[in-house]
Design a protein around this ligand. Structure first.
Ligand code: KIV
Ligand code: ZN
Length: 510
């Protein structure tokens, strides 16, 4: 079976999702998880966008050994130089350069004629090739470019040594049949040793369908993101592409390097770190993907799961929500179970999770795998920088009282305490925290979800705060929703403080 290269751009195109933002530490954690997942190429960032992006690409390049680490650059000297510098220490570096080729982009965005575009693409490919062996070229908005011009520019950059030609459906405009025809045309006319890649956006809900038809027409690299996050309506979802090729091997006769058992965990990690939730009915990894509501379906599943399940939850690593540990379990059992769930952690982290686990076990009768994942993820997103942590809070609230909150928070060795009134208990808590931090962000979004089952479920609160022009997400988990709210708020403030000095600005276009 031929192999399809999986190129993950969660950390670059995915991070361009409205509302998504990641710290450098979170990017490293996600990159390490993508490597465990078996991704062939990790697009780690767009170094010219900010010093933070450049640093993230460098850090990821230093740690990732088996996947190729890729950096994006426009066809401009400064972009290419900074991207190359960020890749200096990577074991397997790739430079991805792009330049818009469609008539509408040539005319309105770049104000350049076809021959000028061609000249720039050739010059910058040659410049890149002088410094790095693995170069990918993307004619941006390829699906709206005249096919003959697309072929001409592809041949010209291949002559400079480019090995991968990516054909982006930048604005999600293509229909599967026409996109497939375009890929077939290029495959027929380009040298066999050049990999044709596809990169589809989801504006019309066709990103996955377009990527899949492309592989049947000869594309051998698919660019995609975890949970399908990306610009506007997002990108092609990695988990959907991979599971199509895996479940329907009989149809595609193609393989990938992806360790499908790592899909669920990767999806949870990306959602929790970016603050972008996964819709419940999302294919493959949504919480409803393996739930059966109707009696007829439940009956069929009990008789034989294959009646209504075309893949088993186990294939993608969905944890079984059974009682796994209780309050009498020890550190060893906890460590072994976490390892089973894919968390490799040192003794110090295990100790911290163990303490939280014991506290949770006092409140909750049943500790499920999902509970453990939540605790472990919380620990994983911690940073080494001194950050605020919630120590204690006390709320007074009721229908005939003005809600008030007293809060104690810690940063490094310092402990701070303050109190405030508010419109409700959460508002009072947030105002008391603001008095301590001296930051008064605008609360843009606030959402509570039950992340584990039962009456004693853990609630996850997701917030989005805006302050000083930066929008940051935050998450907190607890069986007490006021505590989860406080943790989420403090988590967002910590992210804000971590990002404040990095001058992170989102890419605004070529
Ligand atoms: O969608 C797009 O065209 C891109 C390119 C930079 C590959 O993201
Ligand atoms: Zn894109």
């Amino acid at each position: 079976m031929e192999k399809v290269i999986i190129f993950d751009t969660t950390l670059r195109d995915g991070e361009q999702s409205p509302g998504a933002s990641l710290t450098s530490e979170e990017k490293i954690k996600i990159a390490e998880q993508l490597e465990r997942l078996g991704v062939d190429v990790i697009e780690a960032g767009f170094p010219i966008a900010s010093a933070d992006d450049a640093k993230a690409v460098r850090n990821i390049g230093e740690r990732i050994k088996s996947s190729v680490v890729c950096a994006l650059a426009r066809c401009r000297d400064e972009d290419i130089e900074i991207a190359l510098r960020s890749l200096e220490t990577a074991a397997k570096p790739r430079l991805h350069i792009f330049l818009a080729t469609s008539e509408i982009h040539r005319k309105y965005k770049l104000n350049k004629a076809k021959d000028e575009i061609l000249k720039i693409a050739v010059e910058k490919s040659a410049m890149a090739k002088k410094h790095i062996n693995d170069v990918e070229f993307s004619p941006e908005d390829a699906s709206r470019t005249e096919p003959d011009f697309l072929l001409e520019i592809s041949k010209a950059v291949i002559a400079q040594g480019v090995k991968t030609i990516n054909i982006p459906d930048t604005v999600g405009y293509a229909e599967p049949e026409e996109y497939g025809t375009l890929i077939k045309f290029l495959r027929k006319n380009l040298p066999d040793n050049v990999v044709i890649s596809v990169h589809c956006h989801n504006d019309l809900g066709l990103a996955v369908a377009n990527s899949l038809i492309a592989v049947t027409c000869g594309a051998r690299q698919v660019e995609c993101t975890i949970n399908g996050i990306g610009e506007r309506a997002g990108s092609a979802a990695l988990e959907e592409i991979v599971m199509n090729m895996s479940v329907r091997k009989d149809f595609y006769n193609l393989t990938t390097n992806i360790v499908t058992k790592e899909l669920y965990r990767t999806s949870r990690m990306v959602s929790s770190m970016t603050g972008v939730p996964v819709q419940p009915n999302k294919a493959v990894i949504g919480t409803n993907a393996f739930r059966h509501e109707s009696g007829i379906h439940q009956d069929g599943i009990l008789k034989n799961p294959a009646t209504y399940e075309i893949m088993s939850p186990d294939m993608i690593g969905v944890p079984e929500s059974e009682l796994v540990l209780g309050k009498h379990s020890g550190r060893h059992a906890l460590k072994a179970r976490l390892e089973n769930l894919g968390f490799q952690m040192g003794d110090e982290k295990i100790e911290q999770i163990f303490e939280k686990f014991k506290k949770l076990a006092d409140k909750k009768k049943e500790i499920t795998d999902t509970d453990l994942i939540v605790l472990a993820e919380e620990e994983e997103i911690k940073t080494d920088e001194p950050v605020y942590t919630l120590e204690y809070f006390h709320i007074i609230s009721g229908s005939s009282t003005i809600p008030s909150a007293t809060v104690r928070i810690k940063k490094g060795d310092k402990v701070y305490e303050d109190a405030s009134r508010g419109d409700g208990p959460v508002d009072a808590l947030y105002k008391a925290i603001d008095r301590i931090t001296g930051i008064s962000p605008v609360l843009k979004e606030y959402k509570i979800t039950a992340v584990t089952g039962g009456q004693d479920a853990q609630g996850e609160v997701a917030v989005s705060l805006e302050t000083g022009g930066l929008k940051v997400p935050g998450k907190g988990v607890s069986t007490d929703i006021i505590e989860a709210s406080g943790k989420a708020y403090i988590n967002a403030i910590n992210r804000y403080l971590l990002r404040k000095n990095t001058g992170k600005a989102k890419y605004k276009g070529a």
